[in-house]
Design a protein around this ligand. Sequence first.
Ligand SMILES: [Zn+2]
Length: 119
Amino acid sequence: MKHHDLLAGLVRLHVLHHAIEHEIYGQWMIDELAHHGYRLSPGTLYPMLHSMERKGYLISREESQGSTRRRFYRATDLGREGLAVAKRQLRELAGEAMKNEIGTSSICISSKGDKESEQ
Ligand SMILES: [Zn+2]
């Protein structure tokens, strides 16, 4: 993943977000992250899940289906708390760092109904 260090925190928050809603497993999470534009290999995601479990944000159980074993993760109370704190900070960052982008998009939306606009 390009810019790994910068984006790793966002990926972890994304994992927590889904692990709060339902149980997740590695391959599902890789596919989900791909929809959001993150390209992670199992070699990147699995150690991330393991370390989040070690730190108490996730808890896992293993389920064997025939010959295959799959590890399912869900968020702990600490994980919920961590995501809540991070969301406040994300809102703060979005408010500041994306002020211009947000301003631009609202101009676009309001100009759609404007007959004078060049669009
Ligand atoms: Zn998602």
